[in-house]
Design a protein. Sequence first.
Length: 242
Amino acid sequence: MSYDLNSKCISHYKFEETSGTTVIDSKNYRNGNLSTRDMSFITTTGKINKGLILNSVAEDYINFTPHREVVPLALDCWFKLTELPSVLSAETGIYVATVYFLGWRTGWGLYVDTDDKVTFYAMETPAPHTTFTVKSNNVILKNVWYHVVINLDSTCNMTMYLNRIKQTATNNCINLDVRSDTFSIGWFDTAMWDYHVGNFTIDEMSIYNNILSQTEVDARYNAGIGTHSLPTIVDSLIFGAM
């Protein structure tokens, strides 16, 4: 049996670049641009081959061209924190990836909160812009790789998987704003705040136009721990049988 995610995957970032400022989308949907430094300064050992380490002091972040995401959608990536939000003075923790709209927090984002739990938020468009969140069951540790999957289905039901385990918390955001705007990694921008909140390594990030099943979550996780053939995950997002 094989697990074919090509039909769902719209963007796949391997983070294998070693120079320049362009982050390549292997699905040819949208590339990203590194903010301040050449790629050679932030390339490091990733979960699969290479990854990118973003540093808040150097104001490292990646911006992608404006786009419009609609539900259903899913996001997954591997990440590793070099320090925990609970010991930082930053107000909002460490944001792993955010989509922001019109300078507000309307939209959705994935981050590690100041309680050291992986957190996903979705915000409604109408005032007062109510925010809905789901959190991981447990706190995470620094210098440890984690694989996270976020599902946001067609009715905006939110679920999270951490290291292939479905987390207990669920929520629903009825009126999610999905207008076109910039997608960022390591940067959280609002009308009043501009956070460069890196201090993490990221690898193998993908965005899908549908939610992932448990079988597909397992396949993505197993690819990262080496139980599937490495070339299939890196080259085509098609996962062969074990």
